[in-house]
Design a protein around this ligand. Structure first.
Ligand code: CAA
Length: 376
């Protein structure tokens, strides 16, 4: 079986590949120094990349889900930072409003998010509620025409840069997970405080912050779905989001494989290219096979989602396998480069650092195994 993409999807791939080479590559050193790529994101908005699968009615490009996944895959080959900014913005920053919002909420927020005028974020994780997301402690109490939110969130991707956050809080603690509600929170909402920026192993250009809510006043019209719907809003969007992280991991793995192959073909030791020596040749063969398998899983999950079918299990399988592949292939790419691979003169050490988080965010690999095993 060969993966076949439509002409439109191939055009998207080419457009994104050209954009990444021209506009993102020059920005990589700044991102590695911790600079958030605002200018790149602005240009992506102009090209329609910030709303690829969003219907034209709401200001998006109205393209299919596979095109969106192709874009994350291609961007991540060059920069996993840009890949995650887009994935979080779209899958869990914008889609919850599109899928669960009222017509007023959709008209108010989605066009701005889809055009890139607004950047989206998703605030579920708390200091004591990571994998067990349903145990969150942030509390929302209705008081007249606002909900007052108190609590804190950690590891919020795009936090500090975002214009809107999908925030999860309990409106009824006695009901446990069924008491969790989702809210659309705008930047500048009274009581919303952006805290510490995390200094991460990789993804240096993406911001990851803590948020604190001190009597944060969210208008009642910003409740997303009904009270108590929040956990389902989070889970349903994470199902789809995980395909995006699988595509990000695939992009990292492809980039690492491409570098390792090129280097092994040029580098000579013992009088011949190291690629022709079995120790390295077999390594490359295993790396290429894993990348191909990850690609099939990611695009199979994407194709189910594009057809409107349930894809929770397949999304988890794609993320689980692609993220492990990214880590393994990046580690082996460093090994192929030897001492050079351990320096920042070559990109493989960056792939190695960026890959690891794919096994952690949007549900750790252990959580993916829980989702998969439950569905068997
Ligand atoms: N879609 C819709 N509803 C779902 C669902 C899904 N995929 N999965 C569960 N639900 C519903 C269930 O039907 C159930 O509903 P009822 O109470 O009405 O029956 C309810 O949610 C609770 O389900 P479970 O009892 O199965 O839930 P659980 O507590 O066992 O948790 C879990 C399931 C899969 C482990 C979940 O907690 C989970 O995914 N944890 C990981 C959290 C996570 O992925 N965090 C990522 C943070 S965001 C991020 O990382 C973004 C970034 O920055 C990159």
């Amino acid at each position: 079986m060969k993966l076949l993409f439509t002409e439109e999807q191939e055009m998207m791939r080419k457009m994104v590949r050209d954009f990444a080479e021209k506009e993102i590559v020059p920005f990589i050193p700044m991102m590695e120094q911790g600079e958030f790529p605002r200018e790149v994101i602005r240009k992506m908005g102009e090209l329609g990349l910030m709303g690829i699968p969003i219907p034209e009615k709401y200001g998006g490009a109205g393209m299919d889900f596979i095109s969106y996944i192709l874009a994350i895959n291609e961007l991540s080959r060059v920069s996993a930072t840009i890949g995650v900014i887009l994935a979080v913005h779209t899958s869990v920053g914008t889609n919850p409003i599109l899928y669960f919002g009222t017509e007023e909420q959709k008209n108010k927020y989605v066009p701005k998010l889809a055009s890139g005028e607004y950047l989206g974020a998703f605030a579920l994780t708390e200091p004591s509620a990571g994998s067990d997301a349903g145990s969150l402690k942030t509390r929302a109490v209705k008081a007249g025409d606002v909900y007052r939110l108190n609590g804190s969130k950690v590891f919020i991707t795009n936090g500090g840069e975002a214009d809107t956050y999908i925030v999860f809080a309990s409106t009824n603690p006695a009901a446990g997970k069924r008491g969790i509600s989702a809210f659309i929170v705008e930047k500048g909402t009274p009581g919303l405080m952006v805290g510490k920026d995390e200094h991460k192993m990789g993804l240096h250009g993406s911001r990851t912050v803590q948020l604190t809510f001190e009597d944060m006043r969210v208008p009642v019209e910003n409740l997303l779905g009904k009270e108590g719907d929040g956990f389902k809003v989070a889970m349903a969007n994470l199902d789809v989001g995980r395909i995006g992280i699988g595509a990000q991991a695939l992009g990292i793995a492809e980039a690492a494989l491409q570098c390792a192959t090129a280097y092994a073909t040029e580098r000579e030791q013992f009088g011949k290219p190291i690629s022709t020596q079995q120790g390295i040749g077999f390594k490359l063969a295993d790396m290429a096979t894993s990348v191909e398998a990850a690609k099939l899983l990611v695009y199979r999950a994407a194709s189910l989602q594009a057809q409107g079918m349930n894809c929770g299990k397949e999304a988890s399988m794609a993320k689980l396998f692609a993220s492990r592949t990214a880590v393994d292939v990046a580690i082996e790419a460093v090994q192929v480069y030897g001492g050079y691979g351990y320096t920042t003169d070559y990109p493989v050490e960056r792939y190695f650092r960026d890959a690891k988080v794919c096994e952690i965010y949007e549900g750790t690999s252990e959580i993916q195994r829980m989702v998969i095993s439950k569905s068997l």
